[in-house]
Design a protein around this ligand. Structure first.
Ligand SMILES: Cc1cc2nc3c(=O)[nH]c(=O)nc-3n(C[C@H](O)[C@H](O)[C@H](O)COP(=O)(O)OP(=O)(O)OC[C@H]3O[C@@H](n4cnc5c(N)ncnc54)[C@H](O)[C@@H]3O)c2cc1C
Ligand SMILES: *[C@@H]1O[C@H](CO)[C@@H](O)[C@H](O)[C@H]1NC(C)=O
Ligand SMILES: *[C@@H]1O[C@H](CO)[C@@H](O)[C@H](O)[C@H]1NC(C)=O
Ligand SMILES: *[C@@H]1O[C@H](CO)[C@@H](O)[C@H](O)[C@H]1NC(C)=O
Ligand SMILES: *[C@@H]1O[C@H](CO)[C@@H](O)[C@H](O)[C@H]1NC(C)=O
Length: 598
């Protein structure tokens, strides 16, 4: 989840809430002349390696035929391509085409945002892939239909959220990944030999076509998804109550909680030693309630407040004042809890949150993101992570661990927390360890087990060579999740190291994916060094070695230079998971007595 900056909302300026306008996010593709000579970035303005992605051109098809022409032209020229979305919310370098820098093409799906058709008898709807989640939910609701599961943020597009396996939280039925509800897809893929005069063709995948298992979650490497048919349900309501309890023994409750709470999730604030269970269930449409989820962290934030909170965080980082961070963020979490996390009992009413449960239509409760929709106000307000102002800037580690071992993982994290009580405060601004549930999947790049996805958002320095407070503790947790507990990364989040060894973790499923990829894009025009590295192809690596690389999650340290020895950070083994190699601050190398190097 993204950073949550809401100090203001509690601090006597509540009236501003009613006036907030908000600047929608800026463009992620910027060109020097017309639609040529462009740079591409993500919604945060920075890929994990902070590289700039340069492309020769951007295309804005508004029909499937225009899309076909764009892919055909590029294929004829053997130009590398990628689909890019309206806001490009994935963190990894997924939307940058492969091939030589400055020569690729990005195909924006921004104008492919219509609903195409609806079948009321089966509750199925077909959409163009560039439609944003908010637009999709509205179009379905207008027909009395609901998407059963979705991510919690409305700014992603249908094509983009599917391509990275995005999800909500549930182990009921097929679980919370949106791709489980895909029953058809149309893609435009390259064709090395012309078909009807075009070097591209349309592939129409029906519900039982095995290639759909590759296309549902594809990292954009098969071609461009043109349309998607989703299995929806008649509209229903949800009833949400947030419940705050101590974290003692909570790890033992995760499995039983998941199987009894349809849409439940858990925010664990490890330093505060408390958890918030979101008791979130499905209720009949006839239940009373006009509730709306307008999560505080996804509202337009006054940029001066966001900037000053970030400045406070930078100050406590610079002075090594971990305790200060704990105090600062505890206040934020108290505010969040006291205001119902941004739930509103009665949309449109003056009173916002008046008490639990909050009951509302699925389409109003399943996701939020009002910072996207408001009028331009010259950056007086914006989404909290908007790169056009000096607001939040963070790393995000999102890894899934099977239900069978998640309690052991949490117990290991608690050992680190107990040894260093202030070490995890930095995660608590953004829901702490945010815990959600998914089912195993038949999609080749889907989850291999029923899993618990743990999402951790934490400080990233603007200076890539500058370590964080308690750098070592979160690095150890990241490696523990990935290697001791064999976790799988969320494809649209994570630092580079999150993708180490994915090939072996997915095994035969990945091989099946790659063979479908080679069938549809035999020359790899939709692949890039990054997708090759993630999929373990062509000898490409997800890690980038170099001075300070471990600080940015570009490598796991194996020498002190991968950390920041001049600033006192050295490469050392983990404390609980000894196989980990982490950048630890050491007062004196001699006193350490552990001088370790690979
Ligand atoms: C504030 C915030 C909250 C989030 N919350 C959640 C959450 O609750 N749950 C969750 O799972 N994730 C969450 N995410 C992550 C998000 O769902 C993923 O990063 C998602 O992939 C973003 O979709 P996008 O449309 O921005 O796609 P992008 O990030 O632009 O694209 C992702 C990939 O898909 C490809 N692609 C996009 N469209 C097409 C197409 N039409 N055809 C072929 N390839 C395509 C792109 O080339 C790229 O490779 C959140 C992100 C943010 C910023
Ligand atoms: C792209 O823009 C840069 C900077 O203005 C310029 O140096 C370069 O020549 C341009 N490239 C092309 C192909 O137009
Ligand atoms: C599609 O995008 C256009 C331009 O961004 C927007 O005005 C329109 O409302 C969108 N259409 C739908 C169905 O959401
Ligand atoms: C909730 O959905 C129902 C059924 O589609 C609809 O009639 C009702 O207007 C919706 N309620 C709100 C508050 O939008
Ligand atoms: C998912 O797990 C269930 C048991 O929990 C099993 O029956 C099913 O075959 C699995 N499905 C996949 C796709 O692995």
């Amino acid at each position: 989840m993204a950073a949550t900056y809401f100090a203001l909302f509690a601090s006597g300026l509540a009236v501003l809430l009613l006036l907030v306008q908000g600047s929608p996010p800026g463009p992620v593709v910027q060109c020097r002349s017309g639609n040529t000579n462009c740079t591409v970035t993500n919604g945060y303005g920075a890929f994990p390696d902070r590289s700039t992605c340069c492309v020769a051109a951007v295309a804005y098809p508004s029909t499937e035929l225009e899309l076909l022409l764009a892919v055909s032209d590029a294929t004829e020229k053997q130009q590398h391509m990628k689909a890019v979305t309206m806001y490009s919310h994935s963190i990894p370098k997924l939307s940058c085409p492969g091939g030589p820098s400055g020569q690729g093409l990005v195909i924006s799906t921004q104008r492919l945002n219509r609903s195409v058709s609806v079948d009321m008898a089966t509750s199925r709807m077909t959409f163009e892939a560039g439609i944003t989640l908010r637009e999709l939910l509205d179009a379905a609701a207008a027909r009395g239909l609901a998407l059963p599961h979705s991510p919690y943020w409305q700014g992603m597009t249908l094509g983009g959220l599917l391509s990275t396996g995005s999800h909500g939280s549930s182990v009921f039925g097929k679980g919370s990944a949106v791709h489980e509800y895909v029953v058809g897809m149309r893609l435009v893929v390259p064709s090395p030999a012309p078909v009807n005069g075009y070097y591209a063709k349309i592939v129409n995948l029906g519900e039982d076509d095995p290639d759909l298992l590759a296309a549902k979650v594809s990292l954009g490497v098969l071609g461009v998804i043109s349309q998607v048919t989703l299995q929806l349900e008649p509209m229903f309501k949800r009833s949400i109550t947030n419940r705050v309890v101590s974290d003692v023994g909570f790890e033992q409750t995760i499995s039983s909680y998941a199987v009894t709470t349809y849409y439940g999730d858990i925010s664990w604030y490890p330093s505060q030693r408390r958890v918030v269970y979101r008791d979130d269930i499905k209720v009949p449409i006839t239940t009373e309630g006009k509730g709306v989820n307008d999560y505080l962290g996804f509202r337009a934030q006054p940029t001066h407040v966001g900037a000053s909170l970030r400045a406070s965080e930078e100050r406590v980082e610079a002075t090594g004042n971990a305790e200060g961070k704990c105090v600062l963020f505890r206040l934020q979490v108290d505010t969040l809890i006291a205001t119902g996390m941004g739930l509103k009992n009665n949309d449109g009413g003056l009173l916002e949150f008046t008490g639990y449960p909050v009951v509302g239509n699925q389409s109003d409760m399943q996701s939020s993101g009002s910072c996207l929709r408001s009028a331009e106000d010259n950056l007086l307000t914006a989404c909290g992570w908007d790169p056009r102002f000096a607001g939040s800037f963070y790393h995000e580690t999102a890894i899934s661990i099977p239900f069978t071992t998640v309690a052991d993982f949490i117990a290991d994290v608690k050992k680190l927390r107990d040894a260093h009580p202030n070490s995890l405060c930095g995660t608590e601004l953004s829901l702490g360890f945010f815990i959600r549930f998914l089912r195993n999947s038949t999609a080749y790049l889907g989850k291999t087990d029923d899993v618990v996805e743990i999402d951790i958002t934490y400080y990233r320095s603007r200076d890539p060579k500058r370590p964080r407070l308690y750098e070592d503790v979160l690095e150890e947790i990241e490696q523990m999740a990935l290697f001791k507990y064999n976790g799988l990364p969320h494809w649209g989040k994570n630092r580079n190291v999150g993708f180490l060894n994915v090939k072996n973790k997915l095994g035969a499923k990945l091989a099946k994916f790659v063979s479908v990829m080679q069938k549809y894009d035999s020359n790899g025009l939709f692949s890039s060094d990054w997708t090759d590295a993630v999929l373990g192809l062509r000898g490409k690596e997800v890690v980038v070695q170099g001075d300070g690389c471990a600080l940015e999650g570009l490598c796991i340290c194996s020498t002190d230079d991968h950390c920041a020895p001049k600033l006192g950070y050295f490469c050392r083994p983990g404390e609980v998971y000894e196989q980990a190699r982490v950048c630890r601050k050491i007062k004196s190398v001699e006193a350490d007595g552990l001088a370790w190097s690979a």
